[in-house]
Ligand binder design. Structure first.
Ligand code: KIV
Ligand code: NA
Length: 275
């Protein structure tokens, strides 16, 4: 069954949890679709996990279209949301609508996502009015990392929590069909989820959200080293991949790969005439 803005809303109304993962490539998107994931976000986190950048600031529209298109070509039933990169929607409402349109036309997205609350409501309204579903993103908004002073939990103070509730209501009023809540206290995410009629998709926001999202490299254990508190490794694929790379390296050097069964044959008499 095709996942749409309507099915996402219906799932919230029925109390069914929504599963989302990030994805940036065709092969992985096929696996996520086959696993029955409801929605894929082509996140601008591709700057970090695919391009090796220190943050999402430098990610371009062209990056989002290239990686987004690869994912969209793999998906039939999965909803594909593509992130609007930094500075593709902040400058003006007109630029925001044009760039959202490019992600739909060139990236073949089903929806777009942008970061921010009351400040980007004019953009959310205009993009939605153009027939493009908008997912909002509140709490830790990585494109504002320089203004936030680092990657830290948001909405812990009364003032911060109040602003988050107000922003959540504002983006819903502006027409957003869903909202990502990133790195906020679980109780606050639960409160916001109960106040909104649109689904909340949490990351580092506890089980009270209407759905969850994780960066797939994080949940597969593809990165060794730093693991944020909210990440769970559902597999240790990084270790498995490294073991496979090592085994290949050893077999190539030992001459045991390729073996007979991996080898193409030709007629001996054809070969003879070459000598
Ligand atoms: O870019 C991204 O991966 C995101 C999710 C973490 C919500 O915005
Ligand atoms: Na993002």
């Amino acid at each position: 069954m095709k996942n749409t803005v309507a099915t996402f809303l219906a799932m919230k109304q029925k109390g069914e949890k929504i599963s989302m993962l990030t994805c940036y490539d065709y092969s992985t998107a096929r696996l996520e679709e086959e696993a029955g994931i409801n929605g894929i976000l082509v996140g601008d986190s591709l700057g970090n996990v695919m391009l090796g950048l220190p943050d999402t600031i430098s990610v371009t529209m062209e990056d989002m279209i290239t990686f987004g298109g690869a994912v969209a070509r793999a998906c039939n039933d999965t909803m594909v949301v593509i992130d609007m990169p930094f500075m593709s929607y902040q400058v003006s409402v007109e630029q925001a609508v044009m760039n959202a349109g490019r992600l739909m036309k060139e990236g073949r997205a089903n929806a777009v996502k942008l970061e921010g609350g009351a400040a980007v409501c004019p953009q959310i309204k205009a993009i939605t009015d153009a027939g493009i579903p908008v997912m909002a993103h509140l709490g830790l908004t990585p494109q504002s990392v320089n203004a936030l002073g680092g990657h830290r939990v948001q909405g812990k103070s009364e003032e911060g929590a109040k602003r988050l509730v107000e922003d959540a209501l504002a983006i819903q009023e502006a027409g957003a069909f869903a909202v990502v809540l990133e790195c906020i206290p679980a109780k606050l995410a639960e409160l916001i989820s109960s106040k909104l009629t649109i689904p909340t998709i949490g990351i580092g926001a506890g089980a009270g959200c209407d759905g969850q999202i994780l960066v797939y490299q994080d949940m597969l254990g593809l990165f060794s080293g730093f693991k944020p508190k909210f990440v769970k490794h559902f597999a240790e694929l990084g270790e498995q991949m490294k073991a496979a790379f090592r085994a290949y390296d050893e077999e190539v050097k030992a001459g045991t790969y390729p073996a007979e069964e991996h080898t193409f044959k030709m007629d001996d008499d054809v070969l003879q005439r070459l000598y």
